[in-house]
Design a binder for this molecule. Structure first.
Ligand code: HEM
Ligand SMILES: *[C@@H]1O[C@H](CO)[C@@H](O)[C@H](O)[C@H]1NC(C)=O
Ligand SMILES: *[C@@H]1O[C@H](CO)[C@@H](O)[C@H](O)[C@H]1NC(C)=O
Ligand SMILES: *[C@@H]1O[C@H](CO)[C@@H](O)[C@H](O)[C@H]1NC(C)=O
Ligand SMILES: CC(=O)N[C@H]1CO[C@H](CO)[C@@H](O)[C@@H]1O
Length: 326
């Protein structure tokens, strides 16, 4: 090969490395650097989630909120500092829980191999392993995410969908992260588990358009029930309601069954029935076996887990998940 060939090769290698990125997520990223990492996470989840099954829901939700703000970089875990309000302070974080859980896993990993495993990867692995305990699918979690150093309340407000969003807003917010309508429908299916505060939907019960009315898109019998038994005043901010009553700890298709019965809890859930593409995905899911939903959900989770990740030498591996390294 002539010298110009060599040069060309070098340029191509350079572009390959730094352009399209050699530094990508990969399966078993810690196989050499911390071989027990994934087992330590899995064992901790297996040991603790069965005693606290309601934690699986906030842990997958944490992964979602992390990925939607500055990519899946653990920024959701950062604490406020004297001159910065972190993502944790944003309204959509309402009831995000599980920070201690992540910290405990992080401590175990720091003891095993200090400074190696990122908080961002820990969230991704915990989310997957927790959902498996609810009957949900196993999805691939390639690793190698690095932790961000910035967490801003305003960015959480601008990027995380609100329960009051309509379809256009949801499509735009998901689209901003490279996720399409199908991903939106599938990932919203996580609402088959977990709970919500009344404040996330009481507008639909008491004052939908500001004239003391109910949301006509919400089944009136269900609305009456919620008003009588759960959210008994328009200002209740403490009562929690199962989003998928009857099977709120089981990862099944009933979220979609509720949607078509007009019993989705949030405006944003109901919004999924207002678009024809989205409606058609919902009916396909309902026609298929559960295993089809689980397999499709797994693919969308893997996709979400890749949103704007930091790899290679960007970001850092935090020593404590709540603090940027000093
Ligand atoms: C499509 C846009 C979405 C909106 C507007 C939304 C909104 C919400 C809201 C308002 C709550 C209840 C918070 C509370 O009142 O305590 C909630 C709970 C939850 N969300 Fe979403 N969400 C969305 C998508 C997702 C996605 C993509 C996932 C995961 C893949 C997810 C997983 C969950 C889970 C598991 C809970 C229950 C949490 C618990 O039990 O503590 N959500 N969501
Ligand atoms: C982060 O903030 C939480 C809640 O205020 C606090 O309990 C925790 O100790 C803080 N973590 C660190 C490492 O400072
Ligand atoms: C959706 O909500 C936004 C405000 O968040 C509003 O500007 C837009 O007109 C709404 N779109 C539809 C189709 O209702
Ligand atoms: C409904 O909302 C409107 C406009 O925000 C407000 O003026 C009114 O007091 C509310 N009514 C009730 C019953 O909460
Ligand atoms: C867990 C957490 O930090 N929650 C915060 C979410 O944001 C509200 C303000 O909107 C705070 O009061 C909570 O402490």
């Amino acid at each position: 090969m002539g010298s110009s060939g060599c040069l060309l090769l070098a340029v191509m290698c350079f572009l390959g490395l730094f352009g399209s990125g050699l530094a990508q997520l990969k399966m078993g990223f810690y196989d050499q650097s911390c071989p027990k990492a994934e087992t330590i996470v899995l064992n901790y989840v297996k040991e603790h989630i069965p005693n606290a099954p309601s934690l699986a829901a906030p842990l997958i939700r944490m992964h979602f909120h992390d990925c939607f703000v500055r990519g899946c970089d653990g920024s959701v875990l950062l604490n406020d500092t004297s001159n910065n309000q972190a993502e944790k302070d944003a309204f959509p974080n309402l009831s995000i829980r599980g920070f201690d859980f992540v910290d405990k896993v992080k401590n175990l990993l720091e003891a095993e191999c200090p400074g190696i495993v990122s908080c961002a990867d820990i969230i991704s692995l915990i989310a997957r392993d927790s959902i498996v305990t609810t009957g949900g699918p196993y999805w691939k979690v390639p690793t190698g995410r690095r932790d961000g150093t910035i967490s801003r309340v305003s960015e959480a407000l601008n990027n995380i969908p609100s329960p009051f969003n309509n379809f256009t807003d949801l499509q735009r917010l998901f689209g901003n992260k490279g996720l399409n309508i199908k991903d939106l429908v599938l990932l919203s299916g996580a609402h088959t588990i977990g709970v919500s505060h009344c404040s996330s939907f009481t507008n639909r019960l008491y004052n939908f358009t500001g004239v003391g009315d109910q949301d006509p898109a919400l089944d009136s019998e269900y609305a009456a029930n919620l008003k009588a038994r759960k959210c008994t005043t328009p200002t209740d901010s403490t009562t929690i309601v199962e989003m998928d009553p009857g099977s709120h700890r089981t990862f099944d298709l009933s979220y979609y069954t509720l949607l078509v019965k007009r019993r989705g809890l949030f405006d944003s859930d109901a919004a999924l029935t207002t678009n024809s593409d989205s409606r058609s995905f919902i009916s396909q899911l309902l026609q298929g076996p559960l295993s089809n939903f689980l397999a499709e959900f797994a693919l969308s989770m893997e996709k979400m887990g890749r949103v704007d990740v930091k790899t290679g030498s960007s970001g850092q591996i935090r020593k404590q998940c709540a603090l940027v390294n000093s």
